[in-house]
Design a protein around this ligand. Structure first.
Ligand code: ARG
Length: 578
């Protein structure tokens, strides 16, 4: 159910009946200020301008034609031609009751489910997974959960960097190490392993030649070399999986479909593009010149797909990936949760793929770009000594800090409970801090603000959830035992009810626009509306009538369930106590 949509349809029908051309939209949105109804329809102004008539009079005509049905209590004209829409109390109560009875809070699955491929996380296995991949993993996983909840078929694609020249040096080093150790031991600390390999590559006589030799062997499919590579990849993936587990991210090993998977298709693809005349040979390389992306002077944007020596590039792999996703995975929509700094690369790949006819016109290619994670000093996030921050260490620190806070706040908790709650709060805080910001902006990573129990943070929302749940413990009832009707008497109950009813439309918006912060803002507003309600509407206090108590408990239950569902879609866990 989408209140905005329902109202839009009603107003649009009234507009047409009032003789307004169909292209004029109803422009319905939630009212910005209290006292102006619950929703506003602002389409009369633009329509009047177009028709050369008086906007207030036109608004009056629309109201006259409006079929209020059971949904709308009254419609009033305000200002130059706004229409303020007041929802009926009974209608709202009916919606809430339906939501309460349903395990999905009465949010129906999308009528036309799509196959959505989401490319996210995608670390480079020749390097330690670092904070740069954190944002992609967190945002991508939230979108995957949400689209799945909406009823879409989500295909997760972890486009890992598991191929390329860097592997030469790593495999040369690994083969030496295996003389004394097995692969698990040799690769126990990848960071150390990379560093050792790099030092040898830079300093050791003859090692660079061996490394290059390994690249050639790897690319020509030498079985010994492939076996070594496979060992390296398997262990690297396990290291990533530890991070995914810790982060409560849904990516599985079966979602890994790395760059190496496209190897065989690369020469085929380049030949095909040459044949079609889309790519040309240029100074020994193969290049696609994209007039579609020409600069101001009219120079086409060059995209190299094969290097002079014959090597393939990141861009070649991405072209192959697009065609695989569209034709093999049958994607309707492909989301790339990738750093904004790769925007040119992706635009080129998208444009070239379309030009080459690699995908049906209808398939949508979307770069869900995100900004850089910054430190408190306003520079890209680094360790104090300027190194890249290891993800595992960062997450451990989050958990540790949260455990300390939880123990301070609630000294009665035993060590085990404290550890578990600390884990959920710490990981939740890191994820929520990222998700709650507009993803396209850079964002500052700050422990104190993300772990604060005040403001738009995970701990605040998790705490709000525990507060609602504690009411049921104190009342000694289970939500399923409540029988009374939902009544919306005070302004606070009404505001809370409308917020609750908007959950579905918020999810639709996030699914469409891929901005998870919209869901965060909604949950924060919901928690705030709940706090305001709780201030003026006592639930368990003496003197509250049984009818009010039942109705308010039911509202409480809906708040708890909406918070838990919303946080779950963001990949954040809740707890009964904290
Ligand atoms: N592995 C790449 C990196 O770390 C990101 C891959 C993004 N996905 C893609 N299809 N290009 O920069």
């Amino acid at each position: 159910m989408n209140i905005r949509q329902l109202l839009s349809d009603k107003v649009q029908t009234a507009m047409i009946a009032a003789g307004i051309p169909e292209e004029c939209g109803p422009v319905v949105a939630p009212a910005k200020k209290a006292g102006f109804g619950d929703y506003q329809a602002n389409g009369a102004m633009a329509a009047a301008k177009r028709m050369g008539t008086n906007p207030r009079e036109l608004a009056a005509k629309i109201v006259e034609q409006l079929d209020k049905g059971e949904m709308i209590e009254k419609a009033e004209i305000a200002g130059p031609g706004f229409i303020n829409l007041h929802l009926s109390e009974q209608w709202l109560a009916d919606r809430l009751e339906a939501a309460e009875r349903d395990s999905r809070l009465n949010i129906s699955a999308e009528g036309e489910p799509q196959t959505v491929v989401i490319d996210y996380s995608h670390p480079n296995l020749a390097k330690e997974m670092h904070v740069g991949h954190l944002r992609s993993t967190i945002i991508g996983d939230a979108l995957a959960r949400l689209l799945e909840f909406q009823g879409h078929k989500v295909v997760r694609q972890n486009h890992m960097g598991d191929w390329g020249t860097q592997f030469g040096m790593l495999l040369a080093h690994l083969s030496d190490k295996l003389e004394n150790n097995d692969a698990e031991v040799a690769l126990a600390d990848l960071e150390v392993f990379y560093r050792e390999a790099k030092i040898r590559f830079d300093d050791e006589e003859g090692f660079d030649d061996r490394a290059r030799d390994y690249v050639v062997k790897l690319q020509s499919g030498d079985p010994e070399c492939l076996k070594l590579w496979q060992q390296f990849i398997d262990i690297s993936i396990s290291h990533s999986e530890e991070i995914y587990d810790k982060l409560n991210v849904t990516l599985k090993r079966s979602d890994v479909y790395g760059e190496s998977q496209y190897n065989e298709d690369l020469p085929v693809l380049v030949d095909e593009l040459l044949e079609k005349g889309i790519a040309v040979r240029d100074q020994g390389a193969v290049v696609v010149f994209l007039e579609e992306m020409a600069d101001k002077e009219g120079n086409p944007s060059p995209m190299i797909i094969q290097k002079k020596g014959g090597g393939y590039l990141y861009s070649t792999t991405d072209l192959a990936a697009i065609r695989y996703r569209a034709n093999q995975l049958h994607a309707d929509r492909i989301l790339y949760v990738v750093d904004a700094r790769q925007s040119l690369h992706l635009q080129q790949a998208f444009t070239a793929a379309r030009k080459a006819g690699f995908l049906p016109e209808s398939v949508s290619l979307e770069h869900c770009a995100f900004g850089t994670m910054m430190g408190d000093d306003g520079k890209p996030f680094k360790t104090r000594t300027g190194g890249t921050v290891k993800l595992a260490a960062l997450l451990d620190e989050a958990i540790e800090r949260a455990q300390k806070l939880v123990a301070e706040k609630n000294p009665e908790l035993d060590a085990e409970a404290c550890a578990e709650i600390g884990r959920k709060v710490g990981i939740g805080a890191v994820k929520y801090a990222d998700l709650s910001k507009t993803r396209t902006n850079d964002y500052v990573f700050n422990w104190d603000s993300m772990l604060s129990f005040e403001g738009n943070t995970a701990p605040y929302l998790q705490y709000a959830y525990t507060r609602v749940r504690s009411i049921f413990r104190r009342a000694g009832v289970e939500p399923a035992e409540l029988t009374g009707a939902i009544r919306l008497q005070t302004a606070e109950e009404r505001t809370l009810a409308i917020k609750l009813c908007q959950f579905g439309e918020v999810l639709q918006q996030v699914a469409r626009d891929t901005y998870p912060h919209i869901l965060c803002t909604y949950l924060y507003d919901l928690a705030s509306a709940y706090m305001a309600f709780y201030e003026v509407c006592p639930v368990l206090k003496e003197g509250v009538s049984e009818e009010d108590r039942q109705s308010r408990l039911r509202l409480c239950d809906l708040v708890a369930r909406t918070l838990a569902t919303g946080l779950d879609l963001l990949g954040i866990e809740v707890m009964e106590k904290m």
